[in-house]
Design a protein around this ligand. Structure first.
Ligand SMILES: Cc1cn([C@H]2C[C@H](O)[C@@H](COP(=O)(O)OP(=O)(O)O[C@H]3O[C@H](C)C(=O)[C@H](O)[C@H]3O)O2)c(=O)[nH]c1=O
Length: 193
């Protein structure tokens, strides 16, 4: 089944005179914290402009994806929106600032739409997913849906979007493929990790 809550954690960094070393993913350690999902694909994206928003995206079952997100260069606001029909927090979101500097990672389970906004130019995001890409199973919701009301922290930056994302539906005009699984939406911080 894999973890069904949203986890935020920063793997330890071992500092020395050269810099630092970190195990950014360790299946045994992750499983000891309840992150017992299996990842089958790694993704990486580069966004040139600060204010680039990618998402809100999801893949429907049977290829719904859990995503373990971190930042290689730059900084993002990472966002997960609960789109499980019948959830007491349907349409609500959690967010966290992930950066190359803080080394923080966010795990977003299936049932949540995922997006991030870059807060610096030339930001590279790396994330592991628990199901292979399947274009036919992709869906999404508008980044600026007033019923969700995400505060992206962009100030007066004009968002950069793909043509696809600019045409995504609002929550009110879309039927989610996910049903509530009885697990409340919580942002659980694992520390130390
Ligand atoms: C996601 C994906 C895309 N692609 C191809 C399809 C397009 O030709 C190109 C760009 O795809 P897209 O515009 O969907 O990329 P993003 O807007 O960064 O989408 C991602 O944005 C948010 C943050 C997500 O959570 C998803 O992982 C993903 O939907 O890469 C692939 O070949 N494999 C893949 O797994």
């Amino acid at each position: 089944m894999g973890a069904r809550v949203i986890y935020l954690f920063s793997p330890a960094r071992f500092q020395d005179d050269r810099g630092w070393f970190s195990e950014t993913y360790n299946a045994r350690k992750a499983a000891s914290h309840g992150l017992d999902m299996v990842f089958v694909q790694d993704n990486q994206s580069f966004s040139r402009d600060a204010g680039t928003i990618r998402g809100l995206h999801f893949q429907a079952a049977p290829v719904a994806q859990g995503k373990l997100v971190r930042v290689l260069t730059g900084r993002i606001l990472d966002v997960a929106v609960d789109i499980r029909r019948g959830s007491p927090t349907y349409g609500q979101y959690v967010s966290a600032e992930l950066s190359a500097e803080n080394g923080a990672q966010l795990y977003i389970p299936p049932g949540f739409a995922h997006a991030f906004a870059t807060l610096e130019p030339n930001t590279q995001v790396f994330y592991k997913v628990t199901a292979f890409y399947d274009k036919a199973s992709e869906g999404g919701v508008r980044w600026d849906d007033p019923d969700i009301g995400i505060d992206w922290g962009l100030g007066d930056l004009t968002p950069t979007l793909s043509a696809k994302d600019a045409l995504l539906p609002t929550l009110s005009s879309f039927t989610s493929p996910f049903d509530y699984d009885g697990v409340p939406m919580t942002l659980t911080t694992l520390s130390p990790y």
